[in-house]
Write a protein that binds this ligand. Structure first.
Ligand SMILES: Nc1ncnc2c1ncn2[C@@H]1O[C@H](COP(=O)(O)OP(=O)(O)OP(=O)(O)O)[C@@H](O)[C@H]1O
Length: 262
């Protein structure tokens, strides 16, 4: 039997007597890209924090390759997992290259200096930040900063990459490009996504949350049903043929509204 790379069993988070995440079980295999979706306040970030070991569940457990996450030290976890969160506030005076190099800290002393530098340069290349490597973090645009965070996480060479709303500062084109880049890394990824239209192209599996509960866990086509999406987001889903390309488009529309996302 193959052991899941990450497995959550009945994880629950309780704060101030309120269940923020209620008995969620899921398992992620190596190479999976799991998108966690749901309305505001559904518990997505809280779940992500428990899966990445940043928050200890009130009950239930998370295992990384069969080992309980709460028995793995933070230093060792950092060898396996990188998190691109919404709250990272690096020193604005740091140069981009130095910031990305921070991703190598968990591996300190394990590789030769030249190899370390190559890994950092590769992460800068992949994220298109090579021309900005000498700029200070504080001088970057919101989108560039998001790419710098991703570069730091890539440089960390994790087995699992966690992303909390990785596209929230990006314009529509940059959003698709960033997720395409992440998908092209071939890594195991767990990402909280708000933009429903990016879920199908990006994710191999989607976890749909609402009011602390996991309502569906399946491939996007099966999970994003008209009924479920309407029920929790109040939007309609349409699957249409692309007018000029041989593929399907998934379109989301707020019913009877002049302004609809798509
Ligand atoms: N430490 C805490 N103490 C009390 N309540 C909390 C705490 N952290 C989060 N919450 C609440 O738990 C609920 C879930 O929060 P969470 O950030 O996980 O939701 P989310 O689905 O990621 O939301 P969003 O889409 O708005 O980012 C929210 O109502 C939030 O206010």
């Amino acid at each position: 039997m193959t052991v899941a790379l990450l497995e959550a069993s009945d994880v629950t988070a309780i704060a101030n007597g309120q269940r923020l995440v209620d008995a969620v079980s899921l398992s992620v295999a190596a190479g999976d890209r799991l998108a966690i979706i749901g309305p505001n306040g559904a518990g997505k970030t809280t779940l992500l924090r428990m899966l990445s070991g940043m928050l200890r569940p009130s009950s239930g457990e998370v295992k990384l390759a069969g080992r309980r996450l709460d028995r793995i030290s933070a230093a060792e976890r950092a060898l396996h997992m990188a998190v691109v969160g919404q709250t990272d506030q690096p020193d604005p005076r740091l140069a981009v290259i130095d910031y990305v190099e921070l991703g190598r800290i968990p591996h300190a002393g394990l590789r030769r200096r030249a190899e370390e530098r190559d890994i950092v340069v590769e992460a800068l290349c992949r994220t298109g930040l090579l021309p900005l490597l000498g700029r200070s973090i504080g001088s970057l645009s919101g989108g560039e900063r998001q790419r710098a965070q991703l570069a730091r996480a890539i440089a960390q060479e994790p087995r699992i990459l966690f992303l909390d709303e990785p596209t929230n500062h990006l314009d529509p084109r940059a959003r698709s490009e960033l997720l395409e880049l992440v998908a092209g890394l071939g890594m195991t990824v767990i990402a909280v996504l708000h933009d429903l239209s990016l879920v199908s192209p990006f994710a191999t599996t989607v976890a749909v949350m609402d009011r602390a509960r996991l309502l569906a866990l399946a491939a996007p086509r099966e999970a994003l049903t008209q009924q479920l999406i309407r029920e929790i987001f109040g939007v309609d889903v349409f699957r249409l043929r692309h007018p000029t390309e041989d593929r399907e488009l998934t379109v989301f529309e707020v019913p009877n509204r002049a302004l609809s996302p798509s």
